[in-house]
Design a protein around this ligand. Structure first.
Ligand code: FAD
Length: 415
């Protein structure tokens, strides 16, 4: 048998990590990404503004480490650790800190683009990988394992086929749509009546404008301002509010009045120019999507936001997507080990082989399917739980932290 090949649709955070894992296991990997390569200077401004700062936690870092401990070091070098929440009380004069633990546990803030670029660069270190930027999936057929991409630079169409098609194409996934027409898939989607807008707080005198050891929050019961530190000493701040509150702010005076009332301590730190970006910056929708199962036969699988898009209040969307890839790898490795043990009939199965050395690139369709069945038996449940926690945590972040009793009450009600 020649080696297996895989098509990965989407070279975002999860698609790039998935590509690295398949390449490490010996598969021929083709990653198709509709955006231009943001590592090239000329493409930097092309990208649409999306959330630019994320929190990466143990769940996500574990997947990076399993792939390559050296990569973990690279990722660590582009993060800023945050050891807890700094709560900015109303009035702007008082703050109080809530540490994540007494043992110095932390979560790490990382710039989305820089992390994506590190993963893409890692992906290109494998010889068995081809990355096609500016190639958009037009359609795919999971039964025949074929896909059609459009080269956005020439307008040409490319038809291709692989042993496995992975949809890592985000919340509006086309692969998910195609999966729905191939198999019975349960899907739950819901928009919440809140949106978000990002604002950048630049450094002051070349230093962080706020204490960088914390995720800063301004909980205001029905809405929330949140700030995460960046390695360039700026803070990415995100305003999460009901849609009607966004609608009520139409002029710069409205905005200043709103900030004076709710976040007075931030006005000077932002400055007029940064605050005015409120009117230009996109207002992002907040919604979740739960799907089950995540796969079709041994032919296709959705991962990351394509499978389980979440509201961001638990900071686990990408982390959970990274865990998808680690879990998938565990099940594929398991299949490869079983296959090699079966070949050496009579010999003792060597389960102690270090997973790191295992190649999974010669699996039959049945073996791939066996791994995907196991995958769908656990990941949809786990990601659905993560989505529920994220919905709950919005109340906790914008209100519960102001009053611990409310937190307990809400938790009891949800149980
Ligand atoms: P995406 O990042 O959306 O990548 C999908 C890729 O597929 C994109 O590059 C896209 O261009 C490409 N693509 C789409 N369609 C096609 C097509 N037809 N053909 C080819 N390519 C295609 N998560 C955390 O873990 N921690 C956080 O702190 C956190 N904060 C967040 C804050 C906000 C405000 C938001 C909105 C989200 C946050 N998340 C966070 C969630 C996180 O951003 C997502 O879970 C993560 O980006 C999902 O990665 P992905 O690769 O699955 O999808």
């Amino acid at each position: 048998m020649t080696v297996n090949n895989v098509i990965i649709v989407g070279g975002g955070l999860v698609g790039a990590l998935a590509g690295c894992y398949f390449a490490k296991r010996g598969w021929d990997v083709s990653v198709y990404e509709k955006r231009a390569d943001t590592r090239l200077e000329k493409n930097r401004l092309k990208k649409k503004s999306k959330s630019i700062n994320l929190s990466i936690s143990t769940r996500g870092l574990s997947a990076v480490e399993r792939l390559d401990p050296e990569l973990l070091k690279k990722v660590a070098s582009i993060t800023v650790p945050a050891y807890g929440r700094m709560v900015h009380e109303i009035g702007g004069k008082t703050v109080h800190a809530i540490r994540y633990s007494e043992n110095g546990d932390y979560t790490s803030a990382v710039n989305r683009d820089i992390l994506n670029q590190v993963l893409l660069t890692q992906l290109e270190t494998y010889k068995n990988v081809k990355v096609y930027f500016e190639h958009k999936l037009e359609t795919c057929d999971l039964k025949s394992k074929t896909a059609r991409f459009r080269d956005l630079t020439t307008g040409e169409c490319i038809n291709t086929r692989a042993d496995l098609i992975i949809g890592a194409d985000g919340a509006y996934s086309k692969v998910r749509q195609r999966l729905q027409s191939s198999t019975r898939i349960n899907l739950e989607q819901k928009y919440i009546d809140h949106a978000y807008c990002e604002l950048l707080m630049q450094p002051k005198n070349n230093e962080f404008a706020l204490d960088p050891d914390y995720v800063h929050i301004w909980p205001r019961e029905t809405f929330l301002l949140l700030a995460l530190p960046n390695i360039d000493k700026s803070f990415t701040c995100t305003l999460f509010m009901p849609l009607e509150t966004f609608d009520s702010i139409q002029t710069y005076d409205d905005l200043v009045h709103f900030f004076e009332k709710n976040f007075p301590d931030t006005i000077e730190l932002f400055g007029e120019e940064a605050l005015k970006r409120y009117f230009e910056n996109p207002k992002g929708d907040l919604f979740y999507i739960k799907t089950n199962p995540h796969h079709y036969s041994g032919n296709g699988l959705i991962v990351g936001d394509a499978a389980h898009c979440t509201v961001p209040f638990y900071a686990q969307g990408m982390n959970c997507g990274f865990e998808d890839i680690e879990t998938l790898d565990v099940f594929l490795v398991e299949q490869a080990k079983m296959a090699s043990a079966a070949k050496v009939s009579g010999a003792n199965q060597d389960d102690d082989d270090d997973d790191d050395d295992v190649k999974t690139n010669k699996l039959t369709p049945q073996q791939i399917e066996a791994a995907l069945i196991k995958y769908s038996a656990c990941r949809p449940k786990d990601s659905a739980a993560m989505i529920d926690l994220a919905l709950y945590n919005y109340t906790e972040l914008r209100s519960g932290v102001n009053n611990p009793m409310v937190t307990v009450k809400i938790f009891m009600e949800r149980k």
